[in-house]
Design a protein around this ligand. Structure first.
Ligand code: 1CP
Length: 350
């Protein structure tokens, strides 16, 4: 790994707590179906997981948005569900349906999983993608690796698919907290190994996506969202001192403040529901924040998009800040609106 003491790249400076001369920008799901060049590669690749496990094609779709827009960071093209797949819970992505897994809801299901030690072996193609990207990315672009947070991955493992209420995982966690914790513990360990292997292959920053953090009541949030991410941050910081970790506890609301403090994350991703003024007061004093334009403003584009982006920039751009969306780009986003947003953010001065 390179010297982390004096970061030169814009995104790394912001994550080190600096107010940067211009604001770094990347967007969650910046690679994907809104781009015609992605749809072409996707159509030729076979299944979605075939694409994730093909280093040459995964590298190509990671680079597509960098070529088009000149973002400050590239995020590895993969998915949070490669971890259950590597643990032996087979994952399929059905067209128009999203991910489908054979649900696991008890100790017998856990016992049927393979060992955590097999995860990095199974995911070797993903780390090969990271190595290739490290060699091919422009020198001013930061490479972000990622994983799902244990809680969010567990919601898919228990439910067998995406759901609006994460009921299967919540009911397991409420009825049998000790048994559910066994699943979380497996995922903590697997996630540490998966993220470490990405850093070893060349990822400079890692982001932990806790998409469904907001569905947990406070006491469960503490135990199944905050604590596991704290364990992951601690282990990564011990192995890789100075490694910037961004956590994205979507929907955490007022619990985000304690979460940022206790997990030891270096950056906090804000969803659309977080008030920038509140974040400036309660979160930014603790470190870099990232967010949080509504993805549908990017679909709408024009004056309203630029105005709301300017508002976020004017409130959070005075401190360490990375511009992003409050959640991922949606497929109906016009690619030219993304270009317009990047131009707007890059042209912004406080
Ligand atoms: O047909 C297709 O092309 C599949 C669409 C797709 C894509 C482009 C899926 C299926 N995953 C991805 C890539 C992906 N997923 C990335 C790539 C890097 C980038 O950002 O460009 C990342 C970071 C993810 C992370 C991910 N996958 C999350 C967390 C972030 C979020 O968006 O909330 C989650 C929850 C998933 C699960 C998943 N994978 C795919 C879908 C459709 C879903 C969501 C299912 C649901 O609605 O619950």
């Amino acid at each position: 790994m390179s010297d982390r003491t004096a970061p030169q790249k814009l995104l790394l400076k912001a994550l080190a707590g600096e107010k940067t001369a211009s604001i770094p920008i990347w967007l969650m799901r910046q690679a994907g179906r809104y781009l015609p060049e992605y749809r072409k590669v996707r159509a030729d690749a076979g299944s979605f997981l075939d694409l994730c496990y093909n280093p040459r094609l995964a590298e190509e779709v990671t680079l597509q948005p960098i070529r088009r827009y000149g973002f400050d960071a590239a995020i590895l093209f993969s998915d949070i569900l490669v971890v259950p797949d590597a643990l032996g819970q087979k994952v399929a992505f059905k067209e128009g349906e999203g991910p489908v897994l054979e649900p696991i809801t008890d100790a017998a299901g856990l016992a049927a999983l393979g060992p955590v030690s097999g995860v990095t072996k199974a995911l070797a193609p993903v780390y090969e993608t990271v190595s290739r990207l490290k060699a091919s990315l422009p020198s001013d672009v930061t490479l972000i690796g990622f994983a799902g947070a244990p809680w969010t991955v567990a919601t898919y493992m228990a439910g067998g698919r995406g759901s609006p209420d994460q009921a299967a995982a919540k009911l397991w966690a409420f009825r049998d907290p000790m048994g559910f914790k066994d699943l979380i513990d497996i995922l903590v360990e697997a996630t540490i190994e998966h993220l470490s292997a990405q850093v070893d292959a060349g990822a400079e920053v890692v982001q932990i996506f806790d998409t469904w953090a907001g569905s947990l009541p406070e006491l469960s949030f503490e135990r199944f969202a905050l604590k596991p991410v704290q364990q992951i941050c601690d282990a990564l910081h011990e192995r890789y001192p100075g490694l910037p970790v961004i956590a994205f506890p979507r929907g955490a609301g007022g619990m985000a403040e304690r979460y940022f403090k206790v997990t030891g994350a270096n950056g906090l991703g804000l969803d659309t529901g977080v008030s920038p003024a509140w974040a400036k007061q309660h979160l930014q004093p603790q470190g870099c924040v990232q967010g949080n334009l509504d993805p549908l403003l990017l679909v709408a584009g024009g004056h309203e998009m630029r105005g709301q982006a300017s508002y976020i920039l004017s409130v959070l751009g005075e401190g360490p800040f990375i511009f992003n969306l409050g959640h991922g780009i949606v497929p109906q986003t016009p690619p030219e609106h993304v270009a317009e947003l990047v131009k707007h953010v890059k042209g912004w001065r406080s």
